[in-house]
Design a protein around this ligand. Structure first.
Ligand code: SF4
Length: 315
């Protein structure tokens, strides 16, 4: 059964990453998440120490990236591909530099990593996660050049548009700085992904909808949205233990996510609606361990409303 949504050939009422990839490549392509040892200005004292409240590695200081031996990078890539569970020779992958801020450091060192990853026969694109305050003209020019040759996405952590929340979470930069980085990329035609987190401390449902409304109007290539989850050894988990924050309930999350999907333009790809935390580390909420039931609830709620992605875009 198809939903009738323009960018779907299943029951989905929103533009899934899986659909986008199948249309673009004619088959499934997995993203291979990798940690090449990139640092973060928010973990080495440049704009903060200890990282964002929810950062699982925040207590491990990591400075500017200076490079990685190619044999080590090859090994990391091979392991990341294997971890997807698809080990078939020649299966296409998109290397995903997920951990840390993958533009924080020597641009030549990062450029060597990007180009080496793209040189692998089965790499059909590249996804680079970073912070907007680590994007300057030189990085934006490099990404524009790479975008002409491959399917490149630069994923920027925004989490929220509200500076008071960002400050409380220790994000280390404000919305105007986010917009500078975003526009450097967008103006050059680089695909930008925006990462949003629902349920941050003191955020109301209206604020979460406000973030989605704002991001939708930016017309990003894709968005990744998930709830705030609590992992062991994070500052936010200590706040949970002290009763200073709470975990969202599933029905609350589903309602807000559906509102946010309605606020996104139809062409924006919804790269994720659930978190991808390490299952062994999650303390709460329990429901976030089970992604499929969460996605099913979102499908059911959109069907109940009779609504699709984009129905409230611009409103
Ligand atoms: S920006 Fe990312 S890597 Fe840096 S502290 Fe925040 S969550 Fe951690």
């Amino acid at each position: 059964m198809t939903s009738g949504f323009k960018y779907s050939d299943t029951n989905k009422r929103y533009h899934t990453y899986g659909y986008y990839i199948r249309k673009r490549f004619g088959r499934r392509v997995f993203r291979a998440a990798m940690d090449i040892g990139a640092g973060c200005p928010n973990r080495c004292g440049e704009c903060g120490c200890g990282g964002c409240l929810f950062c699982s590695d925040g207590s491990i200081p990591r400075g500017r990236f200076t490079g990685i031996p190619s044999e080590q990078l090859d090994e990391i890539y091979a392991k990341a591909c294997e971890a997807t569970g698809l080990k078939a020779e020649g299966a296409p992958f998109i290397p995903y530099l997920q951990a840390g801020s993958n533009t924080y450091g020597d641009i030549k060192a990062f450029e060597a990593v990007y180009r080496r990853l793209l040189s692998f026969q089965n790499a059909v694109g590249l996804c680079v996660a970073t912070r907007a305050d680590c994007i300057d003209e030189a990085y934006a020019d490099l990404f524009a050049e790479l975008s002409e040759k491959t399917y490149l996405t630069v994923e920027l952590g925004l989490q929220t548009i509200y500076d008071e929340t960002a400050l409380a979470c220790g994000r280390g930069h404000d919305l105007s700085r986010f917009m500078q980085g975003y526009e450097l990329l967008q103006s050059r035609g680089v695909n930008v992904g925006v990462h949003i987190i629902n349920g941050l401390p003191n955020e109301t449902a209206d604020m979460m909808r406000g973030t989605a409304r704002f991001v939708g109007k930016l017309r990003p290539h894709c968005v990744k949205i998930h709830n705030l989850y609590f992992e062991t050894d994070t500052a936010i988990s200590e706040m949970l233990m002290r009763g200073e924050v709470r975990a969202m309930e599933l029905d609350e999350y589903v309602g807000i996510i559906c509102d946010q999907i309605e606020l996104m333009p139809p062409e924006t790809v919804i790269a994720r609606l659930t978190g991808d935390a390490d299952r062994r580390k999650i303390i709460a909420p329990e429901w976030s361990l089970h992604k499929l039931p969460v996605l099913n609830e979102i499908d059911k709620e959109l069907a109940r409303r009779g609504s699709f992605q984009g129905d409230k875009y611009g409103k």
